[in-house]
Write a new protein. Sequence first.
Length: 353
Amino acid sequence: MRFGLMVDLGRTSPDISAQQNLQQVTELVRTADEGGFDLIVTGEHHGHEMTVAPAPFTLLTYWSHLTTQVRLGTAVLCAPYWHPIRLAGESALFDLISGGRLELGIGRGAYPYEFDRMAGGIPPEIARQQLGELIPALRGLWAGNYEHRGSLWNFPSTTSTPRPLQPDGPPLWISARHPEVFEMAVRNRANLMVAPLSRGFDEVESLMERRRQAMAKVRNGFAPEIMVLRDTYVCAPDEDPLVPARYLRQGEGYFSNLFKTDGNVDNGWVAWVDPDAANDSDDYHLENIVANQAFGPADHVMQLMKQYERAGTDVYLYNATWGAPFELELQSLRRFCEEVIPAFASKRATGPS
């Protein structure tokens, strides 16, 4: 099993400047690169401070000059916001700049708040359709002289300029929950990114089963790798895991707001809502956060990582920026690098298969 780090430039108040925030997140990136992580990813979001990510390739280009070995990617670009020709060219340019280190993650998008502003309020099924049409178009454009006649885009023969440095194009990862998207990934020979959200390990097993069912249904011989995202925190020996759990619960109150089209956002600042009121489960009770997420001392987190590996996880994606103060994030990440990663064989030199 390999390890990835997910970070973003989110803020919940102006107490930390945008410049300081960038410096802090960049320190997490450099720590991960030096500490044995195989992959670093960032997402795409628009119109709010909670996850500041309007130009992922710009941010990744900055980090590509500050890292040496780690692969760099998106988790995820939102398909409804991209034209295939633009995405093929921009992603290929970053692959060239980074020395062939791009891992391209794409999804249909998550926040209704953003759909209402960036994509005309389209329903999820339309966004899913755009994702399904975008993936083969990218491969065609990277190969060259590709003409597209689809239900969403039409253009005459076109070639991505530049071409990606990686001969077959960067590895593609599709963010999936719906069974149809799992099947879409298998049909297009793309890997899978999944998130168990706030749920327990049984949700991880359910996602693995969806992969198995998709492979059985499509039957094209392709076995996608699977990347699992979890909020993660390695406690100091004398630290109570309820402390980071309180920060995560606080952070979830902002995310819950963005899943409403009319979410309360003023001048970019996202208002907080009680996650218990926004969700119909008790997943955000503190004891359930500790039980469901990867929170605890290093030996406990290491055992959890082995459980994820046994379940079939190819890349464990450590979500680092979920609401804890920067110093706690950094200390946790250092403990993960020093006490957890060494227990696993690294494949960072080869990248995904």
